[in-house]
Design a protein around this ligand. Sequence first.
Ligand code: SF4
Length: 334
Amino acid sequence: MTAMTTPVIELRDVHKRFVSAPDLLQKIVGAVARQPAQTRTVHAVNGVNLQIAKGEVLGLVGESGCGKSTLGRVVAGLHPATEGQLLYQGQDVSQLGGQDKLAYTLGVQMVFQDPQASLNPRQKLHQILGEALHVHKLAPATEVPGKVDAALAEVGLASEYRTRLPHQISGGQRQRIGIARALMVTPEFLVCDEPVAALDVSIQAQVINLFMDLRAQRGLTYLFISHDLGVVRHISDKVAIMYLGKIVEMAPTAEIFGQAQHPYTQALLAEVPDVGRRKRVFTPIKGEISSPLNPPSGCTFHPRCPHAMERCKQEVPRLRETAAGHVTACHLLD
Ligand code: SF4
């Protein structure tokens, strides 16, 4: 990306916090102690900055609970950011209205992990695919069937599928319908949230190839979220590693796989299974990710880090550039 190019998506110091009301037990304890019951805050996304250029694929990787899906939902507009700015085509999304807001709403679409749960079980596939065209009045009713057939063909399904219900097709076909539904409104940008995690390994490769073909044909830009570094390797131009709400390393894909600098990235890489013996269970490193309700002090990775020093418990490491396009947050690099 040149300095003059406006990113399709940009995040500037984005935070997302969820505040939960006290449960019954906390209310009772509060009443007995004659003190107001405490609310609890989850800081799911904690000061994320990134840019995604047109046609680029950013792979976002981390364990379950690291905040990567929440970040994807912020980008897709499903969760408003608590703090910071989300920019689409250079414009602050929170300030958009009218046609500009609609351009963002249609321009950024989401593909979900579980195609079964994201499709209405009572709607036939042509109704699912045609719905957004009707709702947003994007095509006359007479043109919708032709557009539905074209979308089915684009994701590798014959037009006979148009009258089927979601439970009458396979998991891989359902994910193709999830992708086709996102494409119906001609988006610029797809947030793909673990889009192959629920599929068999053989089907995963087919769906990833479909994403790559669509990117080439339509010039799409992706935020591709996965817990599996092996999956993002094949599709991403650059990779961001996320831990407890923060990006801890981000670099071009070849550098992440060849010259990873952060101990957490190195641990994730050590667990990428060889082709032919892929594991279904992701166990990236000893110990569990800490609770975002009560994150550790300093570097939040320190309880699991084999290189942790006293300083790591006190001081939050700053994300800084260590090579062109390569940023890392770790005191070892000082
Ligand atoms: Fe490990 Fe310290 Fe680096 Fe955190 S800052 S990754 S604890 S060495």
